[in-house]
Design a protein around this ligand. Structure first.
Ligand code: SAM
Length: 374
């Protein structure tokens, strides 16, 4: 049975592992950045289509120590890469290296590419071309302390790229991180959600896709596995048909998104339309300072600006203070989950959190905190 690795943002490994189990797969190991699982190829297609938390699904094919270029070349030759694509398809090698004798990632990528291309040349007399933009086969090489892990990509574009968010504000959350926050919050999928600083609407759109059981990959036309020689089109079509027939058409649940920036809200509305969830989310211009609760009881999940990428710190301190004032005065009895990458700004809320998760928004370590507004 093939073995795969589902990568995810740091902090989402547990939700991802549970998700894989709920898809009927068998996780057997995990790292900080993802989960290893065993599955046939249909299972791999399913994870690519259904996973809300994964960033990419890889198939690890080689693991070896190498200190010299020839060792690297010879080890790559041990695996038959000609079984994945034919010689007229395209190839890309993506390498990263840390704390190793061979320090230049471009050199590693070139050496691996040479070894793969030589396999084709010996077999067919021809070689596949290298293509950096949407190649048919991407080979990932990760080197750490002279240990090489080599994997074949099955996703193509990263899985957070669902296809609905063509436009975003300045510091959008990746879609799979937004979905992960919803999972970490323990939201019951029945409580109305409010995002008072919703930007391009990612948290609310992801939440409504969960409610309506819309598979996150169902808008995508392309996945990496479709270019591989073993691609089973009828099996994939069945998986997609099943996902579409499981979608729910309507719900009584409504969500509320606010932002002080009209242009960003227009983007949120367009994104929600593309995702097929706009009917159930109200996006309105509003400032946290004057916000009132749109329903009697709900849950706030939000990602206020935190300085690393947006705005300047002094203005942001005011935003956090105003937000805190609004929470205490307008949202008594509610819970609020707040994601922030800035500890000082979080301090300006002057609220005591009752739960804390650490998650990574790209390379920024963030706290995701629950406040019970009493
Ligand atoms: C980090 S972004 C949110 C990104 C969003 N989660 C997404 O995925 O697109 C923070 C948002 O807060 C909004 N914002 C900043 N200050 C605000 C305020 N006082 N009232 C309402 N919105 C505010 C900004 O316009 C920005 O869109």
């Amino acid at each position: 049975m093939p073995q795969f690795f589902a990568s995810c943002p740091k902090g989402l490994v547990e939700p991802l592992e549970s998700e894989l189990k709920s898809l009927g797969l068998h996780p057997y190991d995990r790292s900080q950045n993802g989960v290893f699982f065993e599955s046939n190829w249909e299972g791999c297609y399913k994870v690519n289509l259904y996973s809300r938390f994964a960033s990419r699904i890889l198939m690890p094919v080689l693991n070896f120590p190498a200190y010299q270029p020839e060792e690297l070349y010879n080890n790559i030759r041990k695996h038959d890469f000609t079984k994945y694509i034919d010689v007229h398809q395209t190839l890309k090698v993506d390498a990263s290296t840390k704390d190793s004798m061979i320090k230049d990632q471009r050199f590693i990528a070139m050496k691996v590419k040479d070894a793969i291309v030589d396999q084709f040349r010996e077999k067919t007399g021809e070689r596949p071309n290298v293509e950096n933009d949407r190649p048919d086969l991407t080979v990932y090489v990760k080197v750490y302390k002279n240990n090489f892990s080599v994997a074949i990509d099955t996703s193509g574009d990263s899985l957070f790229m669902r296809g609905y968010r063509l436009e975003a504000g300045e510091a959008p959350l990746k879609e799979n991180l937004a979905a992960g926050l919803l999972q970490l919050s323990g939201w019951d999928m029945k409580t109305p959600l409010v995002d008072p600083m919703c930007g391009s609407g990612t948290i609310l759109i992801e939440a409504m896709m969960m409610v309506l059981k819309i598979a996150p990959g169902s808008l995508r036309k392309r996945f990496g596995f479709m270019n591989l020689k073993n691609f089973n089109r009828p099996a994939w079509d069945d998986i997609v048909d099943e996902a579409i027939s499981a979608e729910v058409e309507t719900t009584d649940l409504h969500f509320y998104g606010y932002d002080m920036d009209r242009r960003v809200l227009d983007k949120a509305i367009e994104n929600a339309k593309r995702a097929g969830v706009n009917e159930f989310i109200q996006f309105k211009k509003g400032n946290v300072t004057t916000l009132v609760a749109p329903v009697e009881k709900g849950l706030i999940i939000t990602n206020p600006p935190y300085g690393a990428r947006l705005g300047d710190e002094d203005n942001l301190r005011d935003v956090y203070r105003d937000f805190s004032h609004t929470l205490k005065n307008q949202f008594k009895g509610w819970d609020a989950w707040i994601l922030s990458g800035n500890k000082d700004l979080i301090g300006d809320l002057k609220l005591k959190s009752s739960r804390k998760h650490f998650v990574y928004n790209g390379s920024i370590e963030c706290r995701f905190l629950r406040y019970e507004i009493r």
